[in-house]
Every structure is written in C-alpha cells, then in structure tokens.
Ligand binder design. Sequence first.
Ligand code: CU
Length: 106
Amino acid sequence: MYKIATLALVVLSGFSVGALAANQMIYQKGRVFSSENVSVKKGAALTFVNDDTIPHNIMSATKGSEFNLGSQAPGMSTDVTFKEAGDIQVICAIHPRMKMMVKVTD
Ligand SMILES: [Cu+2]
C-alpha cells in the first residue's frame, strides 16, 4: 500500500514540475508578490505559488478579467490564464497591501 502511494506521488510531482516550467512564476512570500509588474501574452498563464506560511486569496476585479482563486494554502500553486489584453490589477483579498499589475499583450 505504501509503495503504491509513493509511486503516485512521484508521478504527480513529476507532472507538476513539467507543467510549471512553461509559465512565469509569481511567488507570495512575506505578504508581497515576487513581482509588482509582469507582462504576458494573451492566452498565456501565470503560476501563482503561495510560498508563505499563511493563506492568501488572489483575485482581480479588473473588468473583463475578473477571477478569484479563493483561499490558497501555503505550498499550493495555481495557474491563471489571461484571455483579455489590458492592464489587470491582481490583489490579495486578505492583505490589502498585496498588489501587482499584469500587462496582457495581444
Ligand atoms: Cu494575502
């Protein structure tokens, strides 16, 4: 039983490493985003990683590009795909000082 669980873990982690390599990474650590400004091409994704010891809640209220990841526990990573060109403000709903801009280009 233990062997099967270990195998599954190896397969899963191998998969996520491959998937993460293609995206730009944004880390949340010390209640700040690792980049205040990033550019992505329309249709590309950013990977948001909670590298903190507390939960964060990444969201955007920018019209046409709204999203809300909900509570993201420490250690979790989530991809967000940006489908509309423009300047999109991304914030943390829990920590009002956490802000960044994503410039989505055509
Ligand atoms: Cu936060």
